[in-house]
Design a protein around this ligand. Structure first.
Ligand code: C2E
Ligand code: CA
Ligand code: CA
Length: 350
């Protein structure tokens, strides 16, 4: 196991924290409270001998976070929440004088499962042609006892930074499969996987055991990944994805179009679906370039035999565009908002 002594001193820059893993010279750079930006060299398990690479990354991330805390940094989300509170005249909770608010939040995050503060909301995804619901995406919610609802875009990066995401991710998978097993429709349940989870050595075994525990066939589960996990180590990703597919689990590439959108992954990796990022869908009709990008992504999907889902569909005009260009599946507020239990029919059905 790597230890803190294996890492160099941290360099805190305007936008990132950088650290070197001494045994291999790998340089890792982390966004503030966020994800791994880029290792200096590709991180691969052989570089780290017996240490699975995610353990090294996890440790480095912890050190990066501690450095930020020492520097008195405050997560952007915390500032936004404070602003919101000011607007609603709710008095901000008193942070202990000796503990910064974000340290407190990290501490609370570690206790949130035991305190029953997480829940799952479900948002349907639907066939464009019939508007029938074909599946439900599980989206985590944190109801903090003092701060109220905290958005996943704020606490997931924090959980990734502290390593807590492993426990939270296990909880999400377990809860989503337990709930899906009670549905009286054979909908697929889509679960988001953090890159850190994807790198865990026991991921496939955990998925297998959770499916077994809830007696759910693998084809009822779809895992949503972002392409960052594929870039770091494509050969490992290939093995993991193949093992997941052997369980019958479907794989979706989330937020497609926002990253590198490297077509090699789509060709070599066993991916079933791409999800067009909502930022494109929401700009449909406002720019000919965006319209062209969406048409091209749908075309690429078809050419490679992949299913295509457009997310963030809010208007009938967007839906019509997607239908006209052959996108088979959609998700968005028009069809159904995330809610505590699954929506049986899409909101767009009269
Ligand atoms: P995502 O996976 O891309 O999920 C879609 C997000 O877009 C959700 O936000 C959803 O509420 C929102 N959304 C859906 N339809 C529309 C629409 O028509 N318009 C607009 N403006 N937004 C729409 P949410 O629930 O806040 O989740 C945000 C992100 O947090 C997710 O993005 C995902 O990356 C992450 N996340 C959520 N739950 C989990 C989880 O259990 N595990 C992990 N690792 N990440 C999660
Ligand atoms: Ca998703
Ligand atoms: Ca997405």
């Amino acid at each position: 196991m790597a230890s803190e002594a294996d890492f160099s001193d941290l360099a805190v820059t305007e936008t990132a924290v950088e650290i070197t893993f001494r045994p291999t010279g790998d340089r890792l750079s982390f966004a503030r409270f966020g994800t791994l930006l880029s290792p200096g060299h590709p991180i691969s398990p052989p570089n780290f001998g017996p240490h699975p690479c995610w353990e090294v990354e996890w440790l480095a991330r912890n050190l990066a976070q501690q450095a930020l805390l020492r520097h008195g940094e405050c997560a952007a989300g915390e500032r936004r929440r404070t602003d919101k509170r000011r607007r609603t005249d709710t008095p901000p909770p008193a942070a202990p004088a000796d503990e910064p608010v974000h340290v407190r939040l990290l501490h609370d995050l570690a206790l949130a499962i035991a305190h029953n503060e997480f829940s799952l909301y479900y948002q349907p995804f639907c066939e464009v042609q019939t508007r029938a619901v074909v599946g439900q995406e599980a989206l985590i919610r944190w109801n903090h006892p003092v701060r109220g609802a905290i958005e996943p875009t704020e606490f997931i990066p924090l959980a990734e930074g502290s390593g807590e995401i492993a426990t939270i991710g296990r909880w999400v998978l377990d809860r989503a499969l337990a709930e899906a097993a009670t549905w009286n429709q054979p909908w697929r349940v889509a679960v988001n996987l953090s890159p850190i989870q994807f790198r865990q050595a026991d991921l496939v075994e955990m998925v297998r055991a959770t499916l077994d525990r809830h007696q759910l066939p693998g084809h009822r589960l779809e895992l949503e990944l972002t392409e960052g996990v594929l870039i770091d180590d494509t050969s490992r990703a290939l093995n993991v994805l193949r093992a997941l597919k052997q369980l019958g689990v479907a794989i979706a590439l989330d937020d497609f179009g926002t990253g590198y959108s490297n077509l090699t992954y789509l060709r070599v990796l066993p991916i079933d679906r791409i999800k067009i990022d909502k930022s494109f869908v929401q700009d449909l009709g406002t720019s000919s370039q965006v319209d062209a990008i969406v048409r091209v992504i749908i075309g690429i999907g078809h050419a490679l035999g992949l299913e295509v889902t457009a997310e963030g569909v809010e208007t009938e005009t967007q839906l019509e565009f997607l239908h006209a260009h052959g996108c088979a599946q959609v998700q968005g507020f028009l069809l159904g908002q995330p809610r505590p239990g699954p929506l049986r029919t899409s909101g767009a059905v009269e």
